[in-house]
Design a protein around this ligand. Structure first.
Ligand SMILES: [Zn+2]
Length: 200
């Protein structure tokens, strides 16, 4: 058996195992066994990620994972690896969307409140390709990796200041003013304290 075929066999075993264990934390020793003891099982996993677009996350993607732990999130391929989208289209969409995630409002280069990592933006389809959505600009939007890969859906953290502020920044002005009114009504003393401080 050739070396390439051997690698393909362990890649298939790993692919099937990830597909059977969506959302489960899987460890290196377990995956080593599943791959049939392939010493290059790490490389096979990278191939599943990069060549097949499987959303397999490691401690480099998620601060709650330890080194050697892997989690496969969903069955949707990563749109960022979609070669049908040209660099020009990508740049135009990111520019149009103000380099800000259209789902949670974080901007490129900020620290993401969900995983504590620097935000990198990807392109996501507004109407999924499986539902007939196109690769045209008007069907694409900027999304951070957390929103694009759906990982924010699997935790139920209470929203913190950074995340809320990012959401509010995206809201229309009248919503922001409505919130201001709500805050003033909720904290009348603090609001007047602040006003007198700023006017003095
Ligand atoms: Zn996001």
């Amino acid at each position: 058996m050739s070396r390439a075929k051997k690698g393909e066999g362990s890649r298939t075993k790993l692919r099937e195992y990830f597909l059977r264990n969506v959302g489960e934390i899987l460890s290196s020793p377990e995956l080593f066994d599943i791959s049939g003891g392939a010493h290059e099982f790490g490389r096979r996993i990278r191939e599943l990620r990069n060549d097949e677009g499987m959303t397999i996350l490691t401690h480099k993607d998620r601060s709650d994972l330890k080194p050697g732990q892997y989690i496969y999130l969903n069955t949707k391929p990563l749109p960022i690896h979609d070669k049908a989208i040209s660099k020009g289209t990508r740049a135009k969409v990111l520019d149009r969307d103000g380099h800000t995630c259209q789902s949670c409002g974080v901007s490129a280069g900020e620290i993401h409140p969900f995983n504590g990592r620097k935000v990198t933006l990807q392109l996501g389809h507004i109407i999924d390709k499986s539902m007939g959505g196109s690769d045209e600009e008007n069907n694409l939007q900027a999304l951070c990796s957390v929103c694009n890969e759906g990982s924010s859906n699997i935790t139920h953290n209470r929203p913190d200041f950074i995340k809320l502020k990012a959401q509010i920044k995206r809201a229309p002005k009248d919503v922001q003013l409505e919130l201001l009114e709500w805050f003033i009504a909720k904290f009348p003393n603090q609001a007047t304290d602040n006003l007198s401080k700023n006017n003095s």
